[in-house]
Design a protein around this ligand. Structure first.
Ligand code: GDP
Ligand code: IMO
Ligand code: MG
Length: 539
């Protein structure tokens, strides 16, 4: 699995920028595939802080970066962001940045319309970023958009502009706004075209060629699954599909190119803008999360709403987006809480739900059900290895894995690029460099590179089952075991039943037994045996 798609698994601002920047070191190309400059990513590299909205986060590392066809592009914002980053010493040239010539443009009247609609919506406002994202996507599917390639043909735009302006002038009249100045618009486009066109090309060609040559592609999503136009908390969503499947359509590569789907999730939850938020803490807890996590929007500066981690929504995000592994960020923000809570279900009119209902009235009526765990007083800030995390933090992470049925493959412990713990390398065919990733997971480089990682929830189910039934495939294949709560590893003979409830010699955990890791597992050999294992292990 050479390629990796990074997507937000909550309502955005999960720390995608930091993780993409970190992974970009080993990618050959980074591609943005949806959204526009509504995104806002903060990257911290030593003393320097970079703020990106439209450019792929890989650009800061100097990794060749692509803006795919799924992105809506404000050319004036592009110029401003490129110039700002150049001032910070980042080299951006047509060699390092390529823009799909089929990207629809965000034009000044899209921005106006976004704001006019928000202002007129009263309590029903979505709380958009007012950057024209929704109106630009509407024009794309309405087949009225002006696209990047059209900037080279401004004298032939007549019929396209007729359609576009007829639509918008009617809308503007409804808001008592003057009609669009057609000549003024063309003049503005002519002026900016010279800046944009050198970056423009049919990027699908170079991406397919790169793929053919086995280059590693890192797809960078913006926003988060809960803001997805289909799967999010509609209508309080953005106007694009933010799920991982969009990486293929939004870049011009087929679905099999996507590879490992890395969902980024905060160790708690935040949201900017309006809309439901079941685990929101509009109280001291929320204030404390916001203050410790510096939860203010990168784009609009708005205060982010804060709450506990919602495992129901996260499980749903992982399912609808096919998330392979989670990068859990901002665990350090929970340091010092006596207790931490996780939303594990909802109650709706006397019934318990393990999913988020689709209807807005039901969404408003649900009550979250919480599970509370002990917090930790030690600091996790800046931790770069699993062994540096307190046992209670590890238990919290493991509980999340169980609840969302998806393994945590990375943990981020500060805004700084290198303060990251790698549990499993998403570029799985890559050898881990000694002392970095593998050390973070407290595995030797060779062990980390050769041992397939089991999805946590599955391995737990599998261990419990093999406990009961002494399944032959376990005995034939298992070579070593690992404590579920710390990196302690033990030879296989330590595992069997008699040891299941004894304390781990390293962290003294007496909870939940051992976590098997297998070096020659039948499920790693072929897809067929994997599904056979999965069926047997989870029943
Ligand atoms: P994005 O939109 O998903 O890229 O996320 P943002 O950049 O909008 O917001 C995430 C914020 O959290 C940024 O200010 C990051 O610098 C910061 N951040 C990322 N990871 C961590 C972490 O592990 N701990 C802390 N304390 N801050 C983090
Ligand atoms: P990143 O990539 C958080 C939210 C807005 C609003 C809704 C619709 O930084 O995670 P839009 O302008 O897209 O029409 O607004 O979506 N929103 C985000 N929230 N992070 C983002 O991006 C967001 N991009 C849009 O606040 O609620
Ligand atoms: Mg953001």
């Amino acid at each position: 699995m050479a390629n990796v798609a990074v997507i937000g698994a909550q309502w955005g601002d999960e720390g995608k920028g930091k993780i993409v920047d970190w992974l970009a070191e080993r990618a050959d190309v980074v591609v943005r595939f949806q959204g526009g400059h509504n995104a806002g990513h903060t990257l911290v590299v030593g003393e320097k802080v970079y703020k990106l909205s439209l450019l792929p986060s890989g650009i800061v590392r100097g990794t060749p970066s692509v803006i795919g066809n799924g992105v809506v592009l404000d050319p004036w914002h592009l110029k401003a962001e490129v110039e700002k980053l150049r001032d910070q010493g980042i080299e951006i040239t047509p060699d390092t940045l390529k823009i799909a010539d089929t990207c629809p443009l965000i034009l000044p009247f899209h921005r106006d319309l976004d704001a006019l609609r928000e202002d007129a919506s009263g309590a029903g406002k979505i709380g958009t970023t007012r950057r024209g994202i929704g109106p630009a996507y509407e024009d794309k599917v309405g087949r009225r958009a002006i696209r990047v390639c059209d900037l080279a043909h401004l004298d032939e735009l007549g019929p396209q502009l007729d359609r576009l302006l007829a639509h918008h002038d009617a809308l503007r009249a409804g808001f008592s706004e003057p009609a669009i100045d057609r000549d003024g618009l063309i003049a503005e486009l002519r002026e900016i075209a010279g800046f944009v066109l050198p970056f423009a090309q049919p990027v699908w060609r170079m991406l397919n060629e790169a793929r053919g040559r086995g280059r590693r592609i890192l797809f960078e999503g913006a926003q988060g699954v809960l803001l997805d136009i289909d799967h999010g908390t509609y209508p309080f969503v953005t106007s694009s599909n933010t799920v991982a499947g969009t990486a293929a359509a939004g870049s011009g590569l087929g679905p099999s190119a996507v590879g490992f789907v890395l969902g980024i999730a905060k160790a708690y939850t935040t949201r900017v803008g309006s809309g439901p938020f079941p685990s929101e803490q509009d109280n001291d807890v929320g204030e404390r999360l916001g203050t410790r996590g510096h939860e203010f929007g990168t784009v609009t500066g708005r205060k982010r709403r804060c709450g506990w981690l919602d495992a129901v929504l996260l499980r749903q995000s992982a399912a609808v987006s096919g998330i392979t592994g989670i990068a859990l960020t901002k665990i350090d923000v929970l340091d010092g809480f006596d207790e931490v809570s996780i939303c594990t279900g909802y109650r709706l009119r006397g019934e318990t739900l393990d999913y988020y209902p689709s209807n807005a009235q039901d969404q408003a009526a649900i009550e979250p059900v919480y599970e509370t765990m002990p917090g930790w007083s030690e600091s996790t800030a800046g931790a770069r290895s699993w062994a540096e995390l307190p046992a209670a933090a590890i238990k919290y992470i493991r509980r999340i894995e169980e609840l969302i049925q998806c393994p945590v493959t990375l943990v981020s412990t500060s805004p700084e690029r290198e303060d990251t713990i790698l549990v499993r390398d998403p570029f799985a065919d890559q050898k881990l460099s000694p002392g970095s990733a593998a050390a973070g997971a407290s595995l030797s480089p060779s062990a980390a590179a050769s041992e397939p990682e089991l999805p946590a929830a599955w391995s737990a189910a599998w261990c419990r089952r093999s406990d009961r039934s002494s399944a032959p495939w376990y005995r034939a294949s298992a070579r070593s075991c690992r404590c579920r709560w710390c990196p302690h590893r033990a030879p296989a003979q330590w595992y069997p039943r008699s040891h299941r409830r004894s304390a781990c010699p390293s962290c003294a955990s007496d909870d939940l037994g051992w976590w098997c890791r297998s070096t020659a597992a039948p499920f790693a050999r072929s897809q067929r045996s994997e599904s056979a294992w999965h069926r047997q292990g989870t029943r």
